[in-house]
Design a protein around this ligand. Structure first.
Ligand code: CA
Length: 227
């Protein structure tokens, strides 16, 4: 699971970030203060990327950045800046941040930055930037899918499911596992949403959606890639 710390004290912005990270296949770990961020980092040592807001109630993002960087040189750190002032960017990078985004930012921009950092921090190795199987080529850098060289347009959720499937060919994935990986743990129970997305994906990728040969059903359990 690809965990990302989200330190942001404004609840509205935090939930926006969290929702979009989930759509991108990440598991966001939330914190509203610097103190909470340290607790979460301790509780989740497998966090590979941290998003840090700068203006916080108990400290500032630069201080958190310095401390996290000192504790873990390999952690990917993205500063979330409210101002577009050059000073913030310079200060952020000087304190050890890898990247920064300026509010307001788009979901696409945010996910792209996190993806890039994940690759660089070894969350996803360079060798795995393309997954190929039969006529399919999944590019995890651009988050695109091609079948016989032709682009298939996928939603972020569909892409995330395809990535899960193609990453473990032949392995049965439970609907619960797909749900919690792609949507997040609090969606537990709404398993139909998985089936609906699989149905849509099959229409897009299968030769015959009524007789799927790529995304196959594991009765009473879930789905797998191939037979
Ligand atoms: Ca703030």
């Amino acid at each position: 699971m690809k965990k990302v710390l989200v330190l942001e004290d404004e609840a509205g912005i935090r939930s926006f970030v969290v929702m979009n990270l989930r759509r991108g296949g990440y598991e966001p770990i939330e914190a509203g203060t610097g103190a909470e961020a340290y607790v979460q980092m301790q509780a989740h040592p497998d966090i590979k990327v941290a998003l840090l807001d700068i203006m916080l109630p108990d400290t500032d993002g630069f201080e958190v950045c310095r401390n996290l960087r000192a504790a873990n040189p390999k952690l990917g750190i993205i500063m979330i800046s409210a101002k577009s002032q050059e000073m913030d960017k310079v200060t952020g990078l000087m304190t050890g941040a890898d990247d920064y985004v300026t509010k307001p930012f788009s979901p696409v921009e945010l996910t792209a930055r996190v993806d890039a950092l994940f690759r660089r921090t070894g969350g996803e190795s360079e060798g795995q930037s393309e997954l190929q199987h039969g006529p399919f080529l999944l590019n995890t850098k651009n988050r695109t899918l091609e079948k016989n060289g032709e682009r298939i347009r996928l939603t972020q959720v569909e892409y995330s499911i395809m990535h899960m499937l193609m990453d473990s060919p032949g392995k049965a994935l439970s609907r619960e596992e797909i749900l919690s990986t792609v949507w997040g743990k609090e969606y537990a129970g709404e398993l139909k949403i998985v089936d609906v997305n699989i149905r849509r994906l099959r229409i897009k990728i299968e030769d015959d959606a009524a007789n799927p040969t790529y995304i196959t059903t594991v009765w009473g359990f879930g789905y797998k890639w191939g037979f």
